[in-house]
Ligand binder design. Structure first.
Ligand SMILES: [Zn+2]
Length: 456
């Protein structure tokens, strides 16, 4: 480490309440040193991230700093307009800026249809200010990416970890939700006064989206050890300075306590920054995310309107139960070749979506030879693998307690999801993505039907 960098890291010191950007600033600016590799963190695509107790009064200068010139539009929905959009607009007026208001319908969706409609409304603007959470950010990210028009986002809820991401999660006409190339916002501005006032379910969703880190890590390491897929510790190492902070304040999330929401917001931002190290989201998105994804794509009229993170929180508990069952076994499971039932997939997913999913599923599916090799590998490394994975286990009872305390549902029933459909999502979520996990192990060992049937 050169002297200036060492001083600069020391001055910034350990994260503490109120000093919300410490450590995060080092990470996204490319100054954090990975203790394992000695390498600096990659510079994040996003130019500026601000988490502050309040941003009231600094909205216009932040927009200016991002070089948002020319005709401006503020995009919000009626709820996010009330939560923050009107304040941003008033700040722009005070600063002598003109802008157009683009207010979407209540409860917008990040669908291609709504993206096309938004693209038309933004046709003659040069820069965009998004005011909202996941959906509005994804819509604006996707629409502005096509011609690289700059945009920044003022967040309204700590509900997911994707504010600074470069991809947009978009629904296709087939019902399938896919990750579309987007662009990073130039600035991500998170005002804790606003985020603390978000609906409770959005706060508990954000908690669910961070709670999954331990089960995702276990799945990702399993995949690495069994299939040779790559693994990187860096996304977890950057969260270490914050270890225990959010956990000790979970009760505060249930009361929308400002400080607790601050630590949640840090956890979400750090999780999002993990992607910059690996280019993929595996560190926080394995089987539990596939289950949530299945719900969003195929629940249709059975979807209770739950948020991504609420579903991820619930599926994290399911994955915890499945993983911990395996880790208690002295002997490894015996794997058979993967059975893919194309007709059943088409019945559940619709023909078009099933075709897409089957392509992904076949990439990780095991044939006779693959299953034999995996069994051999399991025999070789099972005791070692068990002890490696046990280090990261969070007891399900603890995670369940925390999720409930944060205001999140811990059963499908509590979330309003039909139980039989949730079981279907547990049983078949892994068909959607080429990421190998304990669910695939359970499926190929013939155990997944029973695991799914035990969920409620
Ligand atoms: Zn997520």
């Amino acid at each position: 480490m050169d002297r200036n960098l060492a001083e600069c890291v020391m001055e910034r010191g350990a994260p503490m309440s109120g000093n919300w950007m410490s450590h995060i600033e080092d990470v996204y600016l490319g100054l954090w040193l990975n203790p394992q590799t000695g390498k600096r963190s990659p510079r994040a695509a996003c130019e500026k991230i601000v988490i502050a107790n309040s941003l009231d009064g600094s909205e216009a200068s932040l927009v200016d700093e991002m070089g948002m010139k020319g005709s401006l539009a503020v995009v919000a929905d009626p709820e996010t307009w009330d939560a923050l959009g009107s304040r941003v607009a008033a700040a722009l007026i005070s600063a002598g800026k003109t802008y157009s208001e683009v207010i979407l319908d209540r409860h917008p969706h990040a669908s291609m249809t709504e993206a096309n409609a938004l693209a038309q409304r933004l046709d003659d603007v040069e820069s965009v200010i998004a005011v909202g959470a996941g959906t509005i950010n994804d819509l604006v990210k996707y629409v502005t990416a096509k011609d690289r028009r700059p945009y920044c986002v003022f967040g309204t809820a700590p509900s997911m970890d994707g504010y600074a991401s470069t991809t947009a999660s978009m629904s296709l006409a087939s019902g399938l939700k896919v990750s579309k190339p987007g662009q990073s916002p130039k600035g991500v501005f998170l005002d804790l006064e606003v985020l603390s006032a978000a609906p409770q379910r959005m706060i508990s969703a954000g908690f669910g989206d961070t709670l999954c880190a331990s089960v995702a890590r276990i799945d990702w390491w399993l995949s690495h050890r069994l299939t040779g897929s790559f693994f990187d510790d860096a996304p977890y190492l950057i969260t270490e300075p914050d270890a225990g902070q959010l956990e000790s304040r979970v009760a505060g999330l249930g009361e929308r306590d400002h400080e607790s929401v601050g630590w949640l917001t840090r956890a979400l931002v750090l999780s999002g920054l993990g992607v910059a190290f690996t280019g993929v989201s595996n560190h926080g998105s394995m089987a539990e995310h596939q289950i949530s994804h299945y719900i969003d794509c195929f629940a249709r009229e059975r979807h209770p309107g739950t948020l991504h993170g609420q579903q991820v929180g619930l599926a994290t508990l399911t994955m915890g139960r499945i993983q911990q069952w395996f880790l208690e076994q002295e002997y490894p499971p015996e794997i058979k070749p993967t059975r893919i039932d194309s007709d059943d997939m088409a019945r559940r997913m619709g023909r078009e979506a099933a075709k897409e999913c089957e392509t992904a599923y076949r990439q990780k599916a095991l044939d006779e030879k693959g299953a034999a090799m995996l069994n051999e590998r399991l025999q070789d490394i099972w005791p070692e693998l068990r002890s490696e994975l046990r280090a990261w286990v969070q007891p399900v009872s603890k995670m369940q307690q925390e999720l409930a305390t944060a205001g999140g549902g811990v059963t499908a029933k509590e979330l309003g999801l039909p139980v039989d459909f949730y079981r279907e999502a547990v049983r078949h979520g892994h068909e959607m993505r080429n990421r190998f996990s304990f669910i695939d192990l359970a499926c190929d060992a013939g155990l997944l039907d029973d695991f799914a049937a035990a969920e409620h």
